[in-house]
Design a protein around this ligand. Structure first.
Ligand code: PLP
Length: 398
């Protein structure tokens, strides 16, 4: 067998996103033992940086081994015991999954549903809490990557406290792309993933847990059904001063995350959020000029994941295949009921640049000209350029 050399790709799908060369370089640095004092300082650095981007003082703030889904599984398996009721917002793939995981833990998922693309109204969550008996937790997806909808969270934490429920939030796609205010919003368990707006390869799941949730977990009647993801055991490895062996940390991934978090810190969260907003506004303007319409209603759209309905003159699968094969551009198709109907374009972390937006729109225009559905070349680029025109040309680089 020969060396594997991946084809050049512009990753503009729902994840993974492009990774900064500094992060790739960090992954190639020599290994340390996972209990080496030098490695323990790397872990402490990660905890410090994660607390900053989660906006939390939570002592238990760690990077769990595994992708975003491991974060989801850990959040549920630690909190939910057999028979526990959990109110779950279901308006896309990831809410659906949360409900499934609750049921696999022997819990009762009380689904509060909304059409895909819509948000879960706070009033509907309140109604579910009021008509149900004791509820252990409310679980919501902040950025529903399957639909591009941005779930408001700020009023739910207080509701959870009134009903003595924990508040669990999936921030896999939102973290480092839009504000995630763990303490201010009263979130008890928040998990993310490295491969979306953190622009680090998939492999770790940042997780933060409130003292209130830790107390609930400590009082469990039954041991956590997962040994690998048991927070009470993992705490012994991440707790400064104890650092006892639980499982071997994925050393290179931890190096990568430290570097990715340093890049986030260097840019600064406000600038990073503004960059995501600007590039998404330009992309949306360009796509609108080509006849695409946004799936989520106005004001509910995510800047890092644009979900658009594909107009009837465009063949979903054919054009996505052309983008990949002729231009090396990856975008995402629709999932579940949205299969064949929408595109999911990710401008996450390193992928969110003006150059990438213009490259994608340019490729779409050329495909449109060659396929005969675009008669006025330049409309998308003009619309995007107008969105950028009030800001000076950025030095982008990929
Ligand atoms: C991507 C994603 C996940 C799962 O993350 P993986 O890294 O694929 O395991 C969970 N929730 C949301 C909202 C996501 O976008």
């Amino acid at each position: 067998m020969q060396e594997f050399l991946p084809p050049r790709r512009l990753l503009l799908g729902p994840g993974p996103s492009l990774v900064h060369p500094r992060v790739l370089r960090a992954m190639a640095t020599p290994l340390l033992g996972h209990l080496d004092p030098a490695f323990l300082t790397v872990m402490t650095d990660i905890q410090t940086l994660l607390r900053e981007i989660f906006h939390t003082n939570n002592r238990f703030t760690i990077a769990l081994s595994g992708t975003g889904s491991a974060g989801m599984e850990a959040a549920i398996v630690n909190v939910v015991e057999p028979g526990d009721a959990v109110v779950v917002g279901v308006n896309g793939v990831f809410g659906t999954r949360l409900a499934t995981v609750v049921e696999r833990c022997g819990g009762k998922a009380i689904r509060v549903e909304a059409p895909w693309g819509r948000i879960i109204e706070t009033a509907a969550i309140e109604a579910a809490l009021s008509r149900s008996g004791p509820v252990k937790a409310v679980a919501l997806v902040h950025a529903e990557t399957s639909t591009g909808a941005r779930q408001p969270l700020d009023a739910v934490g207080a509701l959870c406290r009134t009903h003595n429920a924990l508040f669990i939030v999936d921030a896999v796609t939102s973290l480092a792309g839009i504000p995630v205010e763990v303490d201010a919003w009263g979130i008890d368990v928040c998990y993310s993933g490295t491969q979306k707006c953190l622009s680090c390869p998939p492999g770790l799941a940042p997780v933060t847990v409130s003292e209130r949730a830790l107390e609930t977990i400590t009082r469990r009647r039954t041991p956590c059904q997962s040994w690998y993801l048991d927070f009470s055991l993992i705490a012994a490895y991440w707790e400064e001063g104890s650092r006892a062996y639980h499982h071997t940390a994925p050393i290179s991934m931890v190096y990568a995350l430290r570097e990715a978090l340093r890049l986030v810190e260097e840019e600064g969260l406000p600038a990073r959020f503004a960059r995501h907003r600007l590039n998404s506004a330009a992309l949306v303007a360009g796509l609108a000029a080509l006849g695409f319409t946004l799936l989520p209603p106005a004001g509910r759209q995510l800047p890092m994941l644009t979900c658009v309905t594909v107009p009837s003159h465009i063949d979903d699968a054919v054009v996505r295949a052309q983008l990949l094969q002729a231009y090396g551009i990856e975008i995402g198709g629709g999932l579940g009921p949205l299969k064949g109907k929408v595109w999911r374009i990710g401008l996450m972390g390193e992928s969110s640049t003006e150059a990438n937006v213009l490259t994608l729109l340019n490729a779409l225009e050329e495909i449109g000209i060659r396929s005969g559905w675009l008669s006025t070349p330049g409309v998308a680029l003009q619309a995007a350029a107008r969105a950028y025109s009030h800001t000076p040309l950025e030095k982008d680089g990929v």
